[in-house]
Design a binder for this molecule. Sequence first.
Ligand SMILES: Nc1nc2c(ncn2[C@@H]2O[C@H](COP(=O)(O)OP(=O)(O)OP(=O)(O)O)[C@@H](O)[C@H]2O)c(=O)[nH]1
Ligand SMILES: [Mg+2]
Length: 221
Amino acid sequence: MTNTKKETRTVNIDIRKDLFGANENAAALNAETFKKHGIVAIDIMGSVGTGKTQLIETLCDHLRDKYRILMLAGDLATTIDADRVASHGVDTVQINTGTACHLDARMVRVALQNVNLADYQVIFIENVGNLICPAGYSLGVDRKLVVVSITEGPYMIRKHPLTIKHADMVIINKIDLVEALEFDIDALEADIREVDAAIPVLRVSSKTGEGIDQLIKVLNL
Ligand SMILES: Nc1nc2c(ncn2[C@@H]2O[C@H](COP(=O)(O)OP(=O)(O)OP(=O)(O)O)[C@@H](O)[C@H]2O)c(=O)[nH]1
Ligand SMILES: [Mg+2]
């Protein structure tokens, strides 16, 4: 009996590449869907408590008479943020991610499954509060905003530059607290410019509404 030696086949799986590749495919599908319905979709990222929901609430107050708006809220648990925005007369869908510290394109796709997209012109997506994880996951949106706020201390950009690299615009929120906190906003903006010299940076107070008209103008809404 001849003993024929067999070759061992090796398959290398790059899990990260596989994961990100699958997400990019789902993001492309989302982008196509938004385009087909003429929807402007905006992903709002940022650490816990920077004012993402407050910003969406204020934007909705300014825009809800002009556009039909849907808000998708990403959180590990609860419907608190979706409920807050819904109280402004805006339709919402809560996405509870369980343990995931970011939204991905598939979650957005699933969340939109039972939504009649013909009813909407603008979709605000509040990502899970986190300055790191959401950066690598495209959702298929038109714009990616990062909300930083002056209550996080002066070093968050230097410590977490990655999200800025993946964003189209940075919102510095809570500027109504500048004096009380003796915060150096110019230094914070200089840190942002170190990461991306060209990125638009807007200073707003989602609470008082300062800077919101300018933000709406820059967003082309
Ligand atoms: N003074 C002031 N407070 C603000 C402003 N924006 C948000 N806040 C307050 O900051 C706190 C957190 O705001 P949220 O909008 O819940 O923050 P978030 O980023 O959505 O938080 P998570 O969803 O938990 O990540 C709330 O008490 C808001 O009222 C602002 O411009 N000025
Ligand atoms: Mg929130």
